[in-house]
Design a protein. Structure first.
Lengths: 235, 235
DNA sequence: AGTATTTCCTAATGGTATTTGGTTGTCCAT
DNA sequence: ATGGACAACCAAATACCATTAGGAAATACT
């Protein structure tokens, strides 16, 4: 009774590995064929097992979608958290918004399968379970606290309604990502015909909702400060 | 040989009616279950015929999707054209943009089945045929000419790039509709948590890209004119 | 009336998700 | 090491799906 150092079964480990393998293949398939193109049979085929054997690991296809939703949401959340280390150093509001939008767009274009599942509702009866939805809530909370920090730093007016700002910003980024994914999913973030609108959209949003840039001890604010290097400025 | 007055067969007429009936039922089904929930069997069941009989009217399910895409695109186009009769009378740029956005959102929320098919790409191998896509191009062209008219009227600066403006505006409206459809398709345009952002978004867009409102015969443009009741403006 | 065409059917094929029941192998305790 | 518990897998079967093939009935045209 001294087996000490193997408390967690090797079997449980192998099981988790198998589940991960199935999910990886599912993501691959979704990226190839879209969410609706996902088939348990094809996953099983690529794993070298028969379709019914997948039911050892997932009680239904919906459960697989649920796991995918969870993984996807966790993936975006992590990508955004990592991106924000660099973003926090950027000086202006417009630059930070642009960088955040680009980070999101980059992840979405790199993971179109996940993105469809997360942002559209392509599966008829599918509603993510609370556990699967948790990281999505985490992303919302993360974004909200980010906006809160921006407000604390004085980049948003102190009296602004953070939730309204966030709603509008989410709409903007959702529009960019949605259009890019639907119309030209193979373009890159840099050359994408919609993602390339991010700098000018962020600049617009910053001009509309940002706080005046730290009044530099003069009476009149300068006419032209250093804003983002955007192209399509009209005014 | 005097049958004169029946040039177009009654059979052709009945055929068209049957096709219309099938498409109507398909739209109904898409609205209920989403695009992926569409099944030829269910359409046939509701028509009172057997599934294979549908192949008399559509060579494949893709052809049915194609017809639906065509119908949907024609529907939005018509809705937007009709809406623009009233829109053209509105005084300010922001009001016109808001009204246009609301008209689009209204149609999309009323026709969620079509909307999914048109704006997302939920069907794995489906690419609309040129004929089916024609009215979608018509909508783009209609929007572009609308923006051109706005520019001629002086609501957009004369040197503005209409295509860039349109791209950004499309992104905005796509974001609103996409978020509303994905997260709360049952809310109305007026109470929708995303569609209700349209006025403020349109105002932001108008302030960013609109031409100054009819320079009142003074040398310097006034510092603070009567703009929309927004809170945080930076410049 | 006869003929061609349209419309609908039944039957069948191969795909899907899923359930059932059985077989093999792996692990653990005795 | 042997027996029992459990995991992983499979074959077979069900029910749905899109689709094809071939035939029967209705419809229109000559």
């Amino acid at each position: 009774m001294e087996k000490v150092a193997a408390p967690v079964d090797r079997r449980a480990r192998r099981r988790r590995e198998t589940i991960e393998e199935a999910l990886d293949l599912a993501v691959e398939l979704m990226a190839e064929q879209g969410v609706a193109g996902l088939s348990l049979g094809e996953i099983a085929r690529r794993m070298g097992i028969r379709p019914p054997s997948l039911y050892v690991y997932f009680p239904s296809k919906m459960a697989l979608y649920d796991a995918l939703f969870n993984r996807g949401a966790a993936g975006v959340l992590q990508a955004m958290q990592e991106a924000h280390h660099a973003i926090a150093d950027l000086p202006t509001l417009a630059e930070r918004l642009t960088a955040a939008g680009r980070a999101l767009a980059r992840w979405c274009l790199a993971n179109p399968g996940y993105s469809q599942l997360l942002f559209w509702r392509p599966v008829p009866g599918f509603q993510p379970s609370p556990e699967a939805y948790a990281p999505a809530l985490g992303l919302i909370e993360f974004s909200r606290s980010w906006f809160g920090r921006l407000q604390s730093e004085g980049l948003f007016p102190a009296d602004a309604d953070i939730d309204l700002l966030l709603r509008d910003w989410v709409i903007l980024t959702a529009g960019v990502v949605s259009q890019q994914l639907a119309n030209a999913p193979d373009e890159t973030v840099d050359t994408g015909r919609f993602t390339s609108a991010l700098p000018s959209l962020a600049a617009m949003f910053a001009r509309e909702h940002g706080a005046p840039p730290a009044p530099p001890r003069r009476r009149k604010s300068p006419v032209s400060t250093t804003v983002a290097p955007s192209s399509g400025r009209s005014r």
